[in-house]
Design a protein around this ligand. Sequence first.
Ligand code: SF4
Ligand code: SF4
Length: 307
Amino acid sequence: MALTIEIDHAKTRAKAAAAAGQPVMPQAVKGRIRRIKWIILLLTLSIYYVTPLLRWDRGPNAPDQAVLLDFAHGRLYFFFIEIWPQDLYLVTGLLVLASTILVLTNALAGRLWCGFACPQTVWTDLFLLVERLIEGDRRQRLKNVNAPLDAKRTIQIVVKHSAWLLISLATGGTLIFYFTDAPELLRSFARADVSANALGWIVVFAGTTYGLAGFAREQVCTFMCPWPRLQGAIWDPEAFTVNYRDYRGEQRTSAKKADELRLQGKPAGDCVDCNQCVAVCPIGIDIREGPNFACINCGLCVDACDP
Ligand code: SF4
Ligand code: SF4
């Protein structure tokens, strides 16, 4: 018997949004979880961009780059660790350990990795920040979708894409640094003497960053990443995940109406139906409709509901 798990709600929303011509444009939100996410974003990006520039003295005839994947000589250097091809089982062990930690973390706190530290989440957050700074917050960006292409709008689009491309090139360039001597490659950039091979890989990685963080965004988490499918098999009902307490929130109604209902001795929920939790969601889902496979557990809807 075949078992099919469908992310029905995510599909419905994606279709509805597409039919209405409304892309997911998350609104900015302030709060405790957002601050934690900014700190993690800064930390992870700093680690990524700075690591290849760190030096580690291994004596003569050995590279002094702290982290280096030296494919030409079949070596992997990680600070004081040096892995040769025959030590590859160590890497396999590390990968098994990493997957086990990921699954155990999931059992404790759901998709913590997805919501806070996954490169797709981090770079999409960065691209969204740039977009917001240039084009404004959600309301303005939604207005821009069908706005005429006047001079102001053209400048906004050019500036935004230029900034995105610069970040993408920096990201692609940095990834190459992990495979070669970073300062030497930097010097060759300055001399405009970069090999076609290096340039090709930078373009591939920059293009991937630009496409995934600038355009595909939440579609990667919902439709491309295997994690939501895996989540159905390893989900623990006791895990610390983002959920809507419907027994507390329903019946949802405006604050004024809720006061009136309570005065009449009738039940009214705490949810004032302000839609803020939906507006800030980077996936574009309504958590009030129940647990959702597409939810990356980022907690931004919690901040939105806790002004
Ligand atoms: S943020 Fe969402 S759950 Fe909270 S009151 Fe507004 S609509 Fe209700
Ligand atoms: S529903 Fe909430 S926790 Fe889930 S992805 Fe949306 S904002 Fe993040």
